[in-house]
Design a protein around this ligand. Structure first.
Ligand code: TLP
Length: 343
């Protein structure tokens, strides 16, 4: 038996390559809280350029980038509009309430994508009873939406409704790189309509640690203050920023391979009786599927015994994510193993 573990739990499981480790070992560093780390500065400059914004701030995680954006764009008691399946709503441990005192109002999107009509419908008159709606957040690609990509026109529409209504806008772009590689639309084009954008280096790009928050100069200055307040000021962070910079330069284009592998996996799974792939289209690197005969927990356990790791995300739903941790052979092996254990 081939005993390599195939890890499809997330694209966060990727490990730094030898060349990336080399770059990290050689990174020039300084005290970043004091503004002295040249590698962090280089990463921030490059990220801001790619996103077409004035500035960027390097942070330890995507969660911190999103939460800083919420803190900077709102005041306690404000309301934020976001999709009911947004990462910020599901997976950030209630941080928007705990750290920013913000109440979430959810919109029911399709695969994470809602419309400008949904935003309009959520708007209320200014009234002493209502929490002021101050922020609109979207996620692109959308994780629980199945790695779905927001159409650019929809983004422009929802952002223009927000702007007309004096609502600020944030993009959770943890996997914006995937959207750009899949559509050929540059990250800067996707980012254009937003006041703030978070991006991650530690997902499909394969860096061990790190995310960034981008926006205009004033916004990023305020994010730096809150980063310190949230405990995210790092010292010789150039070591990890160097891995992120390496990933940005060398691993963006190869995300297309992950997208091909996700399509391969979905089409193999579709052939298996009792397995239903949640969506007809696989936009990027995620495959969600439902299992008929067993609970998702049971199947996850059986697959683990066969060295295939996936995540159960619902009673009968499983998520498999492709990344540089898996190759084509792993995908075909996974399909065979699922076929053998799912019945
Ligand atoms: N997502 C993780 C888990 O938290 C679910 C994963 O394995 O997919 N935005 C989006 C859209 C994300 O998917 C994630 C991570 C984050 C933000 C947060 O990033 P980190 O984990 O760096 O805090």
């Amino acid at each position: 038996m081939n005993d390599k573990t195939i890890d499809l739990r997330s694209d966060t499981v990727t490990k730094p390559t030898l060349a990336m480790r080399q770059a990290m070992a050689e990174a020039e560093v300084g005290d970043d809280v004091l503004g002295d780390d040249p590698t962090v500065k280089a990463l921030e400059r490059r990220t801001a350029e790619l996103l077409g914004k004035d500035a960027a701030v390097f942070v330890p995680s995507g969660t911190m980038a999103n939460q800083l954006a919420i803190r900077c764009n709102t005041e306690p008691g404000d309301e934020m509009l976001l999709d009911a399946n947004a990462h910020i709503y599901w997976y950030e441990a209630g941080a928007s309430a705990a750290l920013s005192g913000v109440i979430c109002r959810t919109l029911l999107g399709v695969r994470g994508i809602f419309s400008s009509a949904d935003v309009r419908a959520a708007l209320r008159p200014i009234d002493v009873h209502f929490p002021p709606t101050r922020l609109l957040s979207i996620e692109n690609t959308h994780n629980r939406g199945g790695g779905s990509i927001w159409p650019l026109e929809e983004i422009q529409d929802v952002c223009s409704v927000a702007r007309e209504s004096g609502i600020r806008t944030h993009l959770d772009g943890a996997r914006l790189w995937n959207a750009s590689v899949a559509t050929g639309i540059p990250e800067s084009e996707y980012a254009k309509d937003f006041d703030s954008v978070s991006v991650c280096f530690s997902k499909g790009l394969g860096a061990p640690v790190g995310s960034a928050l981008v926006g205009n100069t004033e916004f990023v200055e305020s994010a730096r203050r809150f980063r310190k307040q949230f405990g995210g000021g790092m010292r010789q962070a150039g070591i990890i920023a160097s891995g992120a910079l390496y990933a940005l330069v060398h691993h963006r284009e190869r995300l297309a391979d992950d997208h091909e592998n996700a399509k391969r996996l979905a089409s193999g799974l579709r052939e298996i009786p009792g397995i239903h792939v949640s969506s007809d289209t696989i936009d990027t690197n995620m495959v969600y599927f439902d299992v008929e005969r067993r609970s998702a927990m049971q199947l996850t356990k059986l697959l683990k015994e066969m060295n295939v790791l996936v995540l159960s995300t619902g009673k009968h739903t499983i998520r498999a994510v492709t990344s540089l941790a898996v190759d084509v052979d792993d995908i075909f092996r996974t399909i065979d193993i699922v076929r053998n254990v799912s019945w």
